[in-house]
Design a protein around this ligand. Structure first.
Ligand code: PXL
Length: 268
């Protein structure tokens, strides 16, 4: 299940998650948290769904269809975060429970438009991080969550430790925004004991809209298939590299990564 927001441009959020789920051969369920009004240039409207409606979507699906894994994306508000935490408890979703939970701590779009109320960062840290199997921040989100400016690999390691202290079982500090690496993009996975570096090529493109969602959705898909977290993350890194390689321009702004590269006719 994806617990996230919509993007009317179809690039990010729930649309990216469901495409990725399908390409990774899992059936996707959805709990819509917010509707955003946006195109490739920016976000002009954010409309949160009532918190009890968000919780109810999780509860009814878990009770009937059952959930093998869940992820959160855009959660929009404190009320929604609290409702999601409560619904996850009721449905046995979270670290150490039946259904693993991936938290992608979405705070802003790549245009810099806010997707999370500023006062909701505390709720994300306090309510959801302790319940997380894995958190997947980019470097902007690391700065907002633990106040660390990361400029190099050592900084990624330090940030991973600070984030792990907030309660998640695994932390993935994504390196896509790290400018010291010119040709590579290295993500760092930390389990509280060992660090694993996941290098991939860096592509010279602005068409990376929905990249973080696609990565977290690919991880969640593999967790649903029963993979351990390190295997799911390694798969998702390879998946995202191809999605960025096949990204495409759309509109006047940032185009999306191709979460469907895997089912395209093109030889890759
Ligand atoms: O990529 C992060 C993201 C997640 N969810 C929604 C978004 C975005 C980025 O724009 O719009 C709904």
């Amino acid at each position: 299940m994806t617990i996230a927001g919509t993007d009317s441009g179809g690039g990010a959020g729930i649309a990216a998650d469901l495409r990725t789920f399908a390409a990774c051969r899992v059936h996707g369920c959805l709990a819509v948290c917010a509707v955003t009004v946006q195109n490739s240039v920016g976000v002009t409207g954010v409309h949160p769904i009532p918190a009890e409606t968000v919780a109810a979507q999780i509860t009814v699906v878990a009770a009937d269809i059952g959930l093998q894994a869940a992820k959160t994306g855009m959660l929009a508000s404190v009320e929604i975060i609290e409702a999601v935490a409560g619904a996850c408890d009721g449905a046995s979703i979270g670290a150490g429970r039946a259904t693993p939970l991936v938290i992608d701590p979405v705070a802003a779009s790549m245009h810099g438009d806010p997707l999370l109320a500023s006062e909701a960062l505390d709720a994300l840290r306090d309510e959801l991080f302790p319940r997380a199997t894995l958190v997947t921040p980019n470097l902007d989100e690391v700065r907002l969550l633990v106040g660390t400016d990361v400029h190099d690999r050592a900084g990624q390691y330090t940030a991973a430790k600070a984030l792990h202290a907030l309660g998640p079982r695994f932390v993935l500090v994504k390196g896509g925004h790290l400018r010291e690496d010119v040709d590579v993009c290295v993500d760092v996975l930390y389990d509280g004991d060992e660090f694993t570096e996941l290098p991939g090529p860096r592509f010279d493109t602005g068409d990376t809209h929905g990249g973080g969602d696609t990565m977290a959705a690919a991880i969640t898909s593999r967790l649903a298939h029963g993979d351990a977290v390190p295997d799911a993350v390694a798969f998702a890194k390879r998946y995202l590299v191809e999605a960025v390689r096949h990204s495409y321009p759309l509109g006047a702004g940032h185009g999306p990564v191709s979460s469907l590269w895997r089912i395209s006719d093109e030889p890759v």
